[in-house]
Design a protein around this ligand. Structure first.
Ligand SMILES: C[S@@+](CC[C@H](N)C(=O)[O-])C[C@H]1O[C@@H](n2cnc3c(N)ncnc32)[C@H](O)[C@@H]1O
Length: 295
C-alpha cells in the first residue's frame, strides 16, 4: 500500500481523492495554500494540531509534503499553479514520486469517454430527440457533441457575454458563490460555428436562458449537456429539459461537486424537494458530472 498526499483541497483535489484505488493507495492528507481550508489546527496562531480531525485532514502545503508520502499528487489543471506546487514540494525536501493531474487530464478524460459511449448507446437504442448544450462557451464540448451525433440537431445555448447579472444576483442572495457578471464573457458565436464539423445541423441560441428556450416548447431531446455553473440556469434548465427528454434520454449535468459554484448542487436539491428524487448517477469524472436519466 502506497501513501498519498494530494495538493489542493478544492473540487478537483476531492475528485482525485475519490478516484484513488483503495487496494493500492492510502490517502494520508491534503495540502492547500488557502488557510480557510485547513482543519488540522486547534490553535492556528500557535500551530497546535488537533487530536482528532473530522473528515480528511487538510493542512498547509509544507506540512502535507512533510508527511513524506510515497506519492504526491498535484491536483490542478493550471500550468503555473502546477509548477508552483511542484517547486514548493521540492523546496520542502520532497524526493519521492510526483503525479501531475494536469498531464493526465490533458491525455485522458472520463467525461469524453462517457460522451462517446453514451452517444453510441442513445443512437443504438434509437432514443428520439435533439441534442443541446446549456452553457457552450467556446465550444470545447459542443464540437464533440456535433461530431458524435451528426444526424441530430444540436442547440447551443449561451449568453456569449458570460454570467448574467440576474443570475449573479441570485447567487449572492443564496450565498452559493461569488460569481461575477461577465465571467466567461468573450465567446464568439462565429468562431464557435467554425469549430463545428457539421455546422448545418447546429442552431445557436444566443441570450439569457431560459428566455432563449421560449420558442422551443415542442422540441424533444435525447441528450443535453448542462454546464452553466450557476443556480438559476441549472434550475430552469432542468425544469425545461427534463420533461422534454425522450424515453431513455440523458441529461449530463456538470459541476455538481463544485466548491466554487455551489449553485448547481443547490438547484438539484431544490428541484428534488419540489418534484421528488431524480434518477441521477455520478459519472466519476474530475468535473463532478452526473447523469440524469429520463425513465
Ligand atoms: C463553464 S462555461 C461552459 C463551458 C463549456 N460547456 C465547455 O465545455 O467548454 C459556462 C457558460 O455558461 C454560460 N451561462 C451561464 N448562465 C447562463 C444563462 N442563464 N444563459 C445562457 N448562458 C449562460 C456562460 O456564459 C458560460 O459561457
Amino acid at each position: 500500500m502506497k501513501t498519498v498526499v494530494i495538493l489542493s483541497a478544492d473540487s478537483l483535489g476531492m475528485a482525485v481523492a475519490e478516484m484513488l484505488n483503495p487496494m493500492e493507495m492510502k490517502l494520508v492528507g491534503l495540502g492547500d495554500l488557502r488557510a480557510e481550508t485547513w482543519n488540522v489546527f486547534s490553535d492556528l496562531e500557535k500551530g497546535e494540531l488537533k487530536e482528532e480531525i473530522e473528515g480528511m485532514p487538510v493542512m498547509p502545503v509544507d506540512l502535507a509534503v512533510g508527511l513524506q508520502p510515497d506519492i504526491l499528487v498535484i491536483a490542478t489543471t493550471d500550468a503555473e499553479r502546477s509548477h508552483a506546487l511542484e517547486y514548493m514540494a521540492i523546496r520542502a525536501g520532497f524526493l519521492n514520486d510526483i503525479v501531475f493531474i494536469r498531464d493526465i487530464h490533458e491525455q485522458f478524460s472520463i467525461r469524453c469517454s462517457v460522451l462517446r459511449r453514451l452517444c453510441r448507446r442513445l443512437d443504438g437504442l434509437g432514443v428520439e430527440g435533439n441534442v443541446a448544450e446549456l452553457g457552450c462557451y467556446r465550444g470545447d464540448t459542443s464540437w464533440q457533441l456535433n461530431a458524435l451525433m451528426p444526424e441530430r440537431r444540436l442547440y447551443l445555448f449561451d449568453t456569449f457575454e458570460g454570467f448574467d447579472p440576474r443570475d449573479v444576483a441570485k447567487e449572492l442572495e443564496l450565498g452559493c458563490s461569488e460569481a461575477e457578471p461577465g465571467r466567461f464573457g468573450g465567446a464568439d458565436e462565429k468562431k464557435l460555428l467554425e469549430r463545428m464539423p457539421f455546422p448545418d445541423n447546429v442552431t445557436v441560441k444566443k441570450g439569457w436562458f431560459p428566455e432563449t428556450a421560449f420558442d422551443m416548447e415542442e422540441e424533444t431531446f435525447a441528450l443535453v449537456y448542462m454546464d452553466a455553473c450557476l443556480y438559476n440556469p441549472t434550475l430552469s434548465g432542468l425544469e425545461f429539459f427534463f420533461p422534454r427528454m425522450g424515453r431513455g434520454g440523458v441529461i449530463l449535468l456538470t459541476g455538481c461537486d463544485d466548491m466554487k459554484y455551489r449553485g448547481v448542487a443547490k438547484a438539484v436539491e431544490d428541484l428534488e424537494t419540489k418534484y421528488g428524487a431524480l434518477l441521477m448517477l455520478p459519472v466519476g469524472d474530475l468535473e463532478g458530472t452526473v447523469m440524469i436519466v429520463r425513465p
